[in-house]
Design a protein around this ligand. Structure first.
Ligand SMILES: [Zn+2]
Length: 401
């Protein structure tokens, strides 16, 4: 995570403007922390709106670079950003710091599934998803459950869009998917073809109009959430999209909301990781050997195992047609790209079997590797089996990383 410096100004942001709003609580807004995942057309609108309102702490996550095709839908990007292949997260962070120099803006130029530690999500009041892929939504949903945070999802296509709010204990994105959707998601790794389909699905027609409208509604819901307003509040009672979906159709000018309360008992994404032990001396930059020693001391237990809950560690690839055993050390998330780049298969539809570690303990043969090298992001929360108990330990040494 990288921070952008805050300017030193004498005037207060929005004075004589927001003070006119009876419901606006400047302290709550200034103290709020919001993560925006995805800095595309929709993300640009949400990030800009959050900055205009003076949300005090904004963390932007995006793994992509600015392209020319983004410029006609993204108020924060300029032609030189596309020419210089600048990272969307970094550019968006810089531009909103120019718009509002009074707020803390930081960014992670990385992927929500592999580069964003759960510790970052735990520090947020809420997360706003501005994404165009099912896989990314699934990953946010799972992380938000673990951190017990509400997330506001937005989606746009052509002149349409929708906003949904997912809250642990109320509803779940994964539970809202049908079986075919889920199959596509879980079959994604080891098969480059499916990985490509997941990416191509994202290339949909979008307009700067639908992103403005949907991004504005997402921001409005975020403000209600930050203020604690809902259907039951005594002061400023209002309707929210909590547990609901709002569908907007610009062509027919309709706006409809529906209840969205899918919540299956056996869904694997409903784990809330609490309580979390702070591991001040722990960092993803440590070797596995160092981390295991530190964990033993921290948890007062000699028998500790790190469970790889996000990213299995693949140590062998076996293409179906040849049965050749190819030794690798790769986090699961990097396997598809590795297979493609190294021409592991002749036919992109060929299956490649993967042999993997799901957990790491004192017997792990590569203790010199760092946690980062096996796919654990900075400031993550580790899922540890200590003796017979599961414990959650934050890599707190990475808090500002
Ligand atoms: Zn679920």
């Amino acid at each position: 995570m990288k921070g952008i410096s805050i300017g030193n100004r004498n005037r207060k942001w929005g004075e004589e403007v927001f003070s006119l709003l009876s419901w606006f609580d400047e302290t709550k807004v200034r103290n709020a922390s919001v993560m925006v995942v995805g800095a595309g057309a929709l993300g640009n609108e949400v990030i800009k709106n959050l900055a205009l309102f003076g949300i005090g702490n904004i963390l932007i996550v995006d793994f992509d670079t600015v392209e020319h095709s983004n410029l006609c839908r993204s108020v924060l990007f300029r032609p030189e950003d596309a020419e210089g292949n600048a990272m969307k997260a970094e550019v968006a962070a810089k531009r909103i710091s120019e718009i509002n120099p009074y707020i803390n803006v930081s960014y992670i130029a990385g992927d929500i599934g592999t580069d964003v530690g759960l510790g970052h999500i735990r520090k947020m009041d809420l997360v706003i998803g501005c994404l165009d892929s099912r896989l990314a939504r699934y990953l946010i949903n799972r992380s938000c459950f673990r951190a017990n945070k509400t997330w506001i999802d937005g989606g746009i296509e052509n002149l349409e869009g929708n906003v949904r709010i997912f809250t642990p204990g109320v509803n779940c994105y994964e539970c809202s998917l049908n079986e075919a959707d889920l199959e596509m998601l879980f079959y994604r790794t080891g098969c480059p073809d499916i990985a490509k389909i997941n990416v191509v699905q994202g290339r949909i027609a979008t307009t700067p109009i639908s992103s403005s409208i949907i991004g504005a509604i997402q921001t409005q819901e975020a403000l209600k959430f930050i203020h604690g307003f809902n259907e039951n509040s005594e002061k400023f009672k209002c309707n929210t999209l909590n547990g609901k979906m709002l569908k907007y159709d610009g062509m027919y000018l309709t706006l409809k909301s529906y209840r969205l309360e899918n919540y299956e008992e056996d869904c694997m994404s409903h784990e809330v990781w609490e309580p979390v032990v702070r591991g001040e001396g722990l960092s993803a930059g440590m070797t596995i050997a160092q981390a295991l020693e530190t964990l033993k001391g921290l948890l007062g237990c000699d028998d500790v195992t790190i469970n790889l809950m996000n990213n299995k560690l693949i140590y062998q690839l076996v293409p179906e047609s040849t049965d050749e055993e190819i030794n690798v050390i790769l986090p699961e998330s990097k396997v598809s790209a590795y297979i493609e780049e190294n021409n592991i298969t002749k036919d992109p539809r060929e299956r490649v079997f993967q042999r993997f570690y799901e957990s790491i303990d004192a017997d792990f043969p590569y203790p010199h590797l760092t946690l980062r090298e096996i796919g654990i992001p900075y400031f993550d929360v580790l899922n540890i089996t200590a003796g017979s108990e599961v414990q959650y330990v934050e890599l707190s040494g990475d808090e500002t990383h």
